[in-house]
Design a binder for this molecule. Structure first.
Ligand code: SF4
Ligand code: SF4
Length: 122
């Protein structure tokens, strides 16, 4: 007798074939040297930590982003995650690499949220 979990597992498998869900972009990463000049963020965002994880992920072999999401949730405390960026721009002038920090934070937060949705669908 087949279990219902086996059926849902097959459904999930075929659903992913049709719609593989979000994948990490092949964008070469963010031009961040992890110097920390942008810190501290008055809203607690761990800017270099987040960029560093993101860069490791897009340079690695994790196209689904599943490992990135796991490491992001484990290594970046919730109050320091990208969703706490209010795009005040205070960090912007401190960055010697001219990274558009608020824009990148928004982009990473949107990616993280889409990866979470994808995890819930499984
Ligand atoms: S733009 Fe975002 S990351 Fe930069 S200082 Fe403001 S809240 Fe922090
Ligand atoms: S100042 Fe710029 S290069 Fe340095 S850690 Fe912050 S974002 Fe990265």
């Amino acid at each position: 007798m087949r279990s219902s979990s086996g059926c849902s597992g097959r459904r999930g498998f075929f659903a992913r074939l049709i719609d593989p869900g979000p994948v990490l972009p092949k964008d070469g990463g963010i031009f961040c040297s992890v110097c920390g000049y942008c810190m501290p963020c008055p809203y607690g965002v761990d800017i270099p930590g987040i960029f560093s994880l993101y860069n490791d992920a897009v340079a690695g072999t994790d196209p689904s982003g599943r490992k990135f999401l796991k490491v992001y949730e484990e290594d970046i405390p919730y109050l320091k995650q990208a969703n706490h960026c209010i795009e005040c721009g205070i960090c912007q002038s401190q960055c010697p690499m001219s990274v558009d920090i608020p824009k990148e934070m928004r982009r990473i937060d949107e990616l993280v949220e889409s990866l979470k949705v994808e995890e819930l669908r499984k």
